[in-house]
Write a protein that binds this ligand. Structure first.
Ligand code: G3I
Length: 322
């Protein structure tokens, strides 16, 4: 294959990237490479609640629309990210809950309206939604959030039901990080899925974010974890893959990073149900990593100048398995 689009075709999967809307608008080279390389995209921030409803009842869809419209023009499918999270909530919502002016019943109807409105707006244009994001803590308990505190654990089933009603054809996912290896998280997420299925709640997939770092061991059991979810009938996606490193960059570190990317794709294509691998940004020019992990970076498959790194070539070389 000459590029990631051809690679995706060879493996019969979707290969995606998170999209930085500011770069999409302002940088022709960023746009060109994005549209050449990827057949799937996720808005990195533009579909989050604080982005789409910064003031109560005031919707700002321009950025999210731009991602969807660019995708349509370039034959890219779209993952919607994300309907329910504990981060990047609008200030009016978190402060209203904190000062008691928004009570539980109202919070529930606000959530229902949010999901109904956003999923409805993009009905037929989003292949898969991250309905709930990061709802399990590292120790396997349900995440402490305004949702759990005020609505109780039933909010998860509600969110899936509301999303399904608004777009019955969209695939609905539960998405999380460290789910590649964290045993308590894995077991709890499996049991959430089983409980939802037992109640007839529409859930179709599980997303493994895949935020890796070469200073940690590669999650060697990942394919087996994927299979456990696949055995429940779920589609599998790697939704936010990146592989960071402690700076400075060296040829050895880039080689290790390339191996991690290679293994992630190899794991995905070794599991029939794994249908999508999305990179959390494709270029080091726009990556969340340096802003979040001091002294770390270089997490993407292309450098700041959009030149392919060893990881890019390692992906292209992964042999067909299905
Ligand atoms: O838009 C404002 C801008 O107006 C302001 O001047 C600037 C100053 O800090 O901040 C800008 O907002 C930033 C936003 O990204 C858009 O660039 C926020 O500070 C920054 O915190 C935010 O970070 C995002 C992060 O989620 C927030 O939780 C990252 O870009 C994004 O990559 C990251 O993505 C998450 C996934 O959604 C869920 N999984 C983990 C993943 C990585 O954290």
């Amino acid at each position: 294959p000459r590029d990631l689009r051809e690679l995706a075709q060879r493996h019969g999967i979707k290969i995606g990237s998170a999209v930085d809307v500011a770069a999409l608008r302002a940088e022709a080279d960023y746009r060109k490479v994005l549209n050449r390389e990827f057949n799937h995209v996720t808005a990195e921030n533009a579909m989050k609640w604080e982005s789409v409803e910064p003031q109560r009842g005031v919707y700002t869809w321009a950025d999210a629309d731009a991602v969807v419209e660019n995708a349509r023009r370039n034959r890219q499918q779209v993952r919607g990210h994300t309907l329910l999270w504990h981060n990047q909530l609008p200030a009016w919502l978190t402060s209203g809950v904190a000062d008691g002016s928004i009570g539980a019943a109202e919070l529930r109807s606000i959530l229902r309206d949010h999901i109904t409105t956003q999923v409805g707006r993009y009905k037929g244009k989003i292949r898969a939604w991250d309905v709930v994001n990061e709802v399990v803590e590292e120790d396997g308990t349900l995440r402490q959030s305004i949702w759990l505190t005020h609505l109780g654990p039933g909010y998860i089933a509600d969110a899936f039901r509301w999303a399904h009603r608004a777009d019955p054809r969209a695939k609905l996912f539960i998405n999380d990080y460290n789910l590649e290896w964290n045993q308590p998280k894995i077991e709890t997420t499996l049991s959430i899925v089983k409980d939802l299925q037992a109640e007839g709640v529409p859930i179709h997939g599980v997303g493994f974010q895949g935020h890796l770092g070469i200073q940690y061991d590669y999650p060697g059991d990942w394919a087996n974890v994927m299979r456990r979810f696949a055995d429940l009938g779920l589609e599998i996606a790697i939704t936010e893959l990146d592989v960071r490193m402690v700076l400075p960059v060296t040829p050895e570190k880039l080689a290790t990073q390339a191996d991690y990317y290679r293994r992630a794709l190899t794991d995905c294509v070794s599991v029939r149900a794994c249908e999508e691998m999305t990179l959390w940004g494709y270029t080091d020019r726009h990556s969340w990593v340096p802003g979040w992990f001091e002294g770390e970076g270089s997490a993407c498959v292309m450098d700041e100048n959009l030149a392919p790194k060893p990881a890019y070539h390692a992906l292209l070389a992964v042999p067909r398995q299905r």
